[in-house]
Design a protein around this ligand. Structure first.
Ligand code: NAD
Ligand code: UGA
Length: 463
């Protein structure tokens, strides 16, 4: 089957960039991205491509090239489903906040709604592609809904998980390490797989397109995220031991990373991983393992999350202890709020939890982040429901300039590794602060020796 019309349900961090790149690389395919969120769609359609709702380096250029040509953003979900031969589901699959599996399992209500809508609207055969990250065997549930509530049309379900990382989404999409496509082993399943392979083959070398059965594909996505997060928790665990023993975690990471079996990537000790997926996907993996009675498997992976929570708490405790066991009414400046550099996404950012701990200690938090608004920071804090909103608002001061944010503060905490932080005039910042002036570098991006020579008391992670 030759695909000429694609629909993607969900115009978020995955749906938006992924479809923009497909549209750019496949001008012969009409790509329509739909979402229930009217504001989000309006933002994607903003005449100024700089105002699209997701910040990713290189994305606005691709959107401005393809939008209106073969890339469309719309709230008319039914129409896009009806017209497309292939439908990607890229909706959110957050951790459940209620009922069975609360706090662990993935909430699949948005996935189910999509399946029901597709079943109701489709009049011709469709290929439905799971782009969202899903528990293994979700395709079974989707197929059951489609086959039992539809209009008698044939559906093929493919699993095609997305491996992009935020901040590098465009380069990851243009040069993926691999494309993974899982489908049925039946002739119809293989035909559907081929149709999707043909889409990617417009820009991805065929050697990098891996096809598997559906369950392997679904489980590989959870496994990949679990392995990546595990490396961070492993190096973070060593960072605490380094601090006790005089070893330097950056040196340890370098030493082990040169072993080609270990490799150098994802060994950067930090205040803890954030982002919408690592925690959610590991909790989901733990829940799945438990539901099969595999308690040792579940406990093994849960430790990755326990270590990450510990690392965030350890960071805020260290700030309090170092500042003579009290931060009440002290101004602490956060450089960065996003969960990593080059994104405006703050979901599960370590900054939120560190701020929450410090506000509990009655600190005043000043923040500078080049891409995150005060409203977003406040809503992140309010979401925790630790205290009333007015208290969060009182404790939080947001600046659009780092030098202003640092003025008169007692300590600086680096929560995001934005490149610009390394280019600052640190002498000027030091002169504007209370003395002794402290830097808690939660990302190990600054030159500690240089800061100490200026007069700062410097604390990195694991050194
Ligand atoms: P997101 O919250 O940014 O976007 C999801 C969008 O889906 C929202 O705009 C929401 O309004 C829309 N939506 C929900 N239900 C809908 C419905 N029934 N009809 C139409 N629109 C609907 O989420 P995201 O970060 O793009 O993640 C989507 C999925 O991709 C998740 O499963 C996630 O685990 C996975 N994933 C995310 C990343 C990432 O970097 N963010 C990377 C790989 C995989
Ligand atoms: C991660 C994976 O890297 C992607 O492959 C995956 O597609 C995605 O999750 C997903 O499923 O959502 P992302 O969360 O966007 O991507 O960003 P990462 O680069 O993985 O960083 C996650 C967190 O780990 C960040 O807070 C980052 O600062 C932290 N990190 C990363 C470290 O603390 N140390 C490292 O060495 C690497």
């Amino acid at each position: 089957m030759k695909i000429t019309k694609i629909c993607c349900i969900g115009a978020g961090y995955v749906g938006g960039p992924t479809m923009a790149v497909i549209a750019q690389k496949c001008p012969h395919i009409q790509v329509t991205v739909v979402d229930l969120n009217e504001q989000r769609i309006a933002d994607w359609n903003d005449p100024n491509p700089e105002n699209i709702p997701i910040y990713e380096p290189g994305l606005s250029e691709i959107v401005s090239e393809a939008r209106g040509r073969n890339l469309f953003f719309s709230t008319d979900v039914d129409k896009a489903i009806d017209e497309a031969q292939m439908i990607f589901i890229s909706v959110n699959t957050p951790t459940k906040t209620y009922g069975k599996g609360k706090g662990m399992a993935a909430d699949l209500k948005f996935i189910e709604l999509c399946a029901r809508q597709i079943a109701r609207v489709a009049k011709q055969n469709k290929i439905v592609v799971e782009k969202s990250t899903l528990p293994v065997r979700t395709a079974e549930a989707i197929k059951s809904i489609l086959d039992n509530t539809g209009n008698g049309v044939q559906f093929q379900i493919l699993s095609n998980p997305e491996f992009l990382a935020e901040g590098t989404a465009v380069t990851d999409l243009l040069n993926p390490d691999r494309i993974l496509i899982g489908g049925d082993t039946t002739p119809e399943g293989q035909e559907a797989i081929q149709a999707l392979v043909d889409v990617y083959a417009n820009w991805v070398n065929i050697d990098k397109i891996l096809t598997t059965n559906v369950w392997s594909s679904e489980l590989s996505k959870l496994t990949a995220n679990a392995f990546l997060a595990q490396r961070i928790s492993s190096i973070n665990a060593m960072s605490e031991l380094c601090e006790k023993t005089g070893a330097d975690v950056n040196e340890v990471a370098r030493a082990i990373g040169m072993d080609s079996r270990i490799g150098p990537k994802f060994l950067k000790a930090s205040v803890g991983f954030g982002g919408s997926c690592f925690q959610k996907d590991i909790l989901n993996l733990v829940y799945i393992a438990k539901s099969y009675g595999l308690n040792e498997v579940a406990d093994y992976w849960e430790q990755v999350i326990i270590m990450n929570d510990h690392q965030k708490r350890r960071f805020s405790n260290k700030i309090v202890q170092t500042l003579y066991n009290t931060v009440a009414d002290k101004k602490i400046t956060f450089l960065g709020w996003a969960f990593k550099k080059d994104t405006n996404d703050t979901r599960e950012s370590a900054a939120i939890y560190v701020a929450d701990d410090l506000i509990n200690e009655q600190a005043k938090i000043s923040v500078y982040d080049p891409k995150v608004s005060r409203n977003k920071m406040l809503s992140d804090l309010n979401y925790l429901e630790t205290r009333i909103e007015a208290e969060n608002s009182n404790a939080l001061n947001v600046f659009d300039n780092a030098y202003e944010a640092c003025k008169n503060s007692h300590a600086i905490a680096v929560l995001t590794e934005w490149d610009e932080f390394t280019t600052y005039d640190w002498k000027k910042i030091y002169d504007s602060m209370h003395k002794p002036a402290f830097v808690f570098d939660g990302r190990n991006i600054l030159n500690g020796k240089e800061l100490e020579s200026i007069g700062f008391v410097y604390n990195g992670i694991g050194s």
